[in-house]
Structure formats: structure tokens, C-alpha cells
Design a protein around this ligand. Structure first.
Ligand code: SF4
Length: 302
């Protein structure tokens, strides 16, 4: 590993061994975070008005703080001690992450020793970009092939811009290209021949093509005109290839994609939008009251 601490006050990747058991018992928010972000550490930095340190602490575990500061489903907040009965409301950990990114993001200044090896990554979504980030820091020459016009994968094309502005995705992606990673957009590898060619040109290839296929429902009529799979609907909307002006929309499902489809329908002029979910409201997998308020304000029926 390069001596990444040499020219910054904090390293850019964490190699610390965490005492998972201790964290589980003592820091419920950090234990609840899927990537175990050092929540107390970055909140303390914000308390000291040191947003740059707060950003860097976040980036140790998560290279997309701008994105997650807006769209994480924030399990850390439901685990927060301050939200326990009689103690008030949980700390707004996710929005604090957003402020760390918005006010503290600085270009990463890092001396990297090239190791002379090259890696090609197919797919510039979250996993491909994370691999690119970590390999670049280790000294590999990394090239990422992306089939669409822009990098970001699900962050760029699966989430509507009113929830996650495209510029925020671009900013987090830039923190990776700043490390010397090259991203070739509009470059699709879709045959064994193309893959063989890439394998000959690079020392290693990582296939990181995403999970774009929907879980299919067993319902008659799903192939009819005017019926879309949720993710396909969002991809077309974000690529401006939707080309429809729906009047009445029904969205089947109870997760974030269902909400995004419903709220996007409202924005493209649907006269009425209804979300149909097979169980009761408390089983819907979005975060909570804020989302319900948005639906109410936009006249979307549940
Ligand atoms: S907002 Fe998400 S990424 Fe950030 S600490 Fe909470 S769970 Fe982890």
C-alpha cells in the first residue's frame, strides 16, 4: 500500500481492524450502517465545524458520500439512541453526511506508486467504481467501460434527478477519476469476442454489469403497451427516452422504486397516480414519514 497518510491528515482507505462486537454494543448507529461508517467521528468533526475531516471520515468507508447523504435508506437513524422511547428524535445522520460532502469535499491529493499492471472494469455503477477506486489507490492503471452516456449506473439512471441531482453523482464520480481512473462511456461489451479482446489488452478484467433484470410478476397482460417494469421506466425517464404522456398511472409495489415511479409520473403530467401495494403501509420498505408527506403533497394515492 502507498503511504497514503503522508500527504493528508487522514488516509483515504481504512485498513483498521474494527472490533465488531464492541461497536455492536456501544455504537448502534455505526453497527446498523451496512458499511459501518464512523458516525460519531464525522458528527464530532461537524460539531467542530471541520467539514473536510467529516468528508474524509465518510470517504474511508464509502466513496459516494454526496449520493448516500441524499438517498441512503438510513438504518443508522432507526438505531440511534436518541430516538429511543422518551429520548426524543434520532440524530439526522444522513443529512449530516450530506453536509459533510457539500461543504467538505476536496480533491483527493494522493501520491500513488504505479505498479505497472492494468485492470479493465466493465460497468461504471457503484460496484465497478468502488473497485476502480480501490485498485487505483493500490497502483493499478484502471479503465472502466460504461455502456451509457455517463458513469454512475443505478445512481445516475435508476434514481430520479429530483431526489439525486445528476451533478452530485458526477461530483462523487470525479473523486474517483481524480485518482487517474479512465472511464470510457458509450462503450458496451456485449459479446464473447469483445470480452476476449479486452482480456488480451489488460492484465485483469472485472465484470460488474449490475442487476438490471426485474423480479417478474406472474400476471396476465404484462407485455401490453403502456406497462413498464419499474426500473425500465426510471432508466428511460433518466435517459429522456420515455416518450409517453400518461393520464392515469397505477404503480404496483411498495419500495423506493415504486415511489420514484409514482413521483416521476406526477412530474411528467399524469392526471392521477395510485400506488397499489399487497400489504399494509407499515410493511412498505421506504424510510418513513417524509416519503409519505411527499406522496400526500403530490396527490399520489396509496
Ligand atoms: S446514512 Fe447510510 S451510509 Fe450514512 S451512516 Fe447512515 S446507514 Fe451508513
Amino acid at each position: 500500500m502507498p503511504d497514503v497518510a503522508a500527504n493528508t491528515s487522514l488516509p483515504i482507505v481504512s485498513t483498521d481492524v474494527l472490533d465488531r462486537r464492541w461497536i455492536d454494543v456501544n455504537i448502534p448507529c455505526q453497527a446498523a450502517c451496512p458499511i459501518m461508517t464512523d458516525v460519531p467521528g464525522y458528527i464530532e468533526a461537524i460539531l467542530n465545524a471541520d467539514f473536510e475531516t467529516a468528508y474524509r471520515i465518510n470517504r474511508l468507508d464509502n466513496i459516494f458520500p454526496g449520493v448516500l447523504g441524499r438517498v441512503c435508506h438510513r438504518p443508522c437513524e432507526s438505531a440511534c439512541r436518541h430516538g429511543r422511547e422518551g429520548l426524543g428524535e434520532p440524530v439526522q445522520i444522513c443529512f449530516l453526511k450530506r453536509s459533510a460532502s457539500d461543504f467538505g469535499m476536496k480533491p483527493v491529493d494522493l501520491d500513488i506508486d504505479a505498479n505497472g499492471k492494468s485492470v479493465c472494469i466493465i460497468g461504471a455503477g457503484p460496484s465497478g467504481l468502488t473497485a476502480a477506486n480501490d485498485l487505483a489507490i493500490l497502483g493499478y492503471q484502471v479503465t472502466v467501460f460504461e455502456q451509457y452516456e455517463e458513469a454512475g449506473g443505478m445512481m445516475r439512471y435508476g434514481i430520479p434527478e429530483f431526489r439525486l441531482p445528476y451533478d452530485i453523482v458526477r461530483r462523487d464520480v470525479k473523486s474517483i477519476t481524480d485518482l487517474g481512473v479512465e472511464i470510457r462511456t458509450n462503450t458496451r461489451i456485449d459479446s464473447w469476442e469483445a470480452l476476449d479482446k479486452v482480456k488480451k489488452e489488460y492484465d485483469a478484467v472485472i465484470v460488474s454489469g449490475g442487476c438490471m433484470l426485474p423480479t417478474r410478476l406472474d400476471l396476465p397482460g404484462l407485455e401490453s403497451d403502456g406497462v413498464y417494469w419499474g426500473l425500465d421506466f426510471m432508466m428511460r425517464s433518466n435517459r429522456e427516452t420515455l416518450g409517453i404522456h400518461p393520464k392515469n398511472v397505477v404503480v404496483i409495489g411498495g419500495g423506493f422504486t415504486a415511489l420514484d415511479c409514482a413521483r416521476t409520473s406526477y412530474r411528467i403530467g399524469a392526471a392521477s397516480t395510485t400506488i397499489a401495494y399487497r400489504r399494509t403501509r407499515e410493511y412498505m420498505s421506504f424510510s418513513g414519514e417524509a416519503e409519505l408527506e411527499h406522496l400526500h403533497e403530490e396527490g399520489i394515492r396509496l
